[in-house]
Design a binder for this molecule. Structure first.
Ligand code: FAD
Length: 416
């Protein structure tokens, strides 16, 4: 064990001997090991252990056993032990250069075994059942506006009948749509991807349909209003019309099969599409009846960004889930043109993340928590900035934490 090197230069050079009890992710595998690490590496070690659901005890500082070792549980490991570390007495017995044991501040690897219920079994996920050269021809069964008076733009919910083929999917995947007609070069249009907004059972819970949530792209160019090709095609389409569909694709946004998982969702605009599928699977009574193996009992927390209240999507369903599952569902809105952030500016989703930083990170320290982000690409830097500040407030380093979460398949992003 390393003996004290003291703190003679303003740099904290104390060595901490810790015992880590690793529980693994999602399975009862226990392993303990003892390590001695310098103060500078203690923080990232604590983060790694907390992320993996492990426990950590500081048993000595600079070789001096602690009378009451600091026991950190996963929810509080990093800040508690960091506080313990910074308040532990610094001995000044200099013995610079003495050999430390190999330091293990490296992240604990994600557990890829099939027994890990929090990771998704990717092998079972259907992909590319229909390719652009030979797409499935679906039939529109429904197409209606999701917006109310006063909303900005156009957002529609569109459902296709998939009968007569083998196109099936699971929550979190996308499908491709090839709009009718040709492009400026007289070539057939290329496909556009859309996140699936229905569960695998479809909105009618009878299987054999798929639903999308589509915003008509509209922008100004050289004094002209331009409308997107495929989004306009879809928003205008009538029941009975035939549509070329490809896919499904995507394994990034899959829900963990664990009914006790915690699911934090950041959505802006049509980024609600996969979240709607998750929430239906979790809370829609007919879905719960249909899926006896998935009776969601964790915490689902949706952060939703929209410009106006009239632009909130699927609001009635979300309010119903709040009423029916108050212990399991939480819904936090950021309405940019109607609400103000703490600085008096427009309220964006990242402002809500900052407001709830403490709770978000307490949840993230639980290895059963997954975070999902979906919407326009522009939302990413804001969320990243907010997560950086939120992490720092808990003594955590987001730049180190995010890749670890990603590796553990707990950080899921699909922006476009
Ligand atoms: P196009 O006619 O293809 O026009 C798009 C082009 O217009 C852009 O490439 C750009 O060159 C130009 N352009 C766009 N905005 C501007 C601007 N402000 N100024 C100047 N030029 C501009 N969309 C949804 O509505 N709902 C979804 O659930 C959804 N899910 C998606 C999931 C994934 C994985 C991906 C990759 C995308 C998703 N999209 C979704 C976006 C969708 O695929 C299309 O990109 C979108 O509908 C626009 O296609 P379009 O054919 O209407 O536009």
């Amino acid at each position: 064990m390393r003996v004290s090197t003291g703190n003679t230069s303003g740099v904290d050079s104390r060595m901490f001997t810790v015992v880590i009890e690793s529980l693994g992710v999602g399975r009862p595998r226990r392993a303990t090991r003892q390590l001695t690490v310098p103060f500078q590496q203690l923080q990232s070690l604590l983060q790694s252990v907390a992320l993996r659901g492990g426990r950590l005890k500081i048993i000595s500082v600079d070789g001096q056993p602690l009378a009451d070792p600091a026991t950190a549980d996963p929810a509080t490991a990093a800040p508690a032990a960091a506080a313990e570390a910074s308040s532990a007495p610094a001995e000044a017995a200099a013995s610079a250069g003495s050999a430390a044991e190999p330091v293990a501040a490296e992240p604990l690897a994600a557990d890829p075994s099939p027994a890990n219920k929090t990771a998704v079994a990717h092998a079972d996920v259907p992909v590319n059942l229909y390719k652009p050269k030979d797409p499935f021809i679906g039939t529109v069964v429904d197409n209606y506006s999701l917006l109310v008076d006063g909303a900005i733009g156009r957002v529609n919910h569109i459902t296709f009948d998939l009968s007569g083929g083998n196109l099936h999917y699971i929550e979190g995947q996308s499908i491709g749509i090839i709009p009718d007609g040709t492009d400026a070069n007289d070539k057939p249009h290329k496909l556009r991807l859309y996140s699936i907004a229905s569960t695998r059972h479809g909105d009618n819970i009878a299987d054999g349909t798929v639903s999308l949530c589509v915003r008509q792209l509209e922008y100004e160019k050289e004094g002209q209003t331009i409308y997107g090709v495929c989004s306009t095609f879809l928003c205008d389409i009538k029941p009975g019309a035939k549509v070329k569909i490809t896919g499904p694709v995507g394994k990034e946004m899959l829900l963990p099969p664990d009914e006790d998982a915690n699911i934090i969702m950041f959505a802006t605009g049509t980024g609600i599409a996969p979240m709607r599928a998750y929430l239906r699977r979790m809370f829609e009574p007919a879905e719960r009846t249909k899926n006896p193996e998935y009776q969601f009992a964790g915490k689902a927390w949706l952060f939703m960004g929209a410009p106006k209240t009239a632009n909130l999507l699927y609001e009635e369903d979300l309010q119903r889930y709040l009423t029916d599952f108050p212990e399991n569902f939480r819904y936090t809105k950021a309405i940019s043109r109607e609400q103000q952030n703490a600085k008096g500016g427009r309220m964006y989703i990242q402002d809500r993340v900052l407001e709830h930083a403490e709770e978000i990170f307490t949840l993230i320290e639980n290895p059963k928590t997954h975070v999902y982000m979906c919407g326009l690409r522009g939302m990413e830097p804001g969320i990243d900035e907010a997560m950086t500040a939120a992490a720092a407030a808990k003594g955590l380093n987001w730049a180190e934490l995010r890749p670890q979460l990603k590796k553990a398949e707990r950080w899921h992003v699909e922006t476009y």
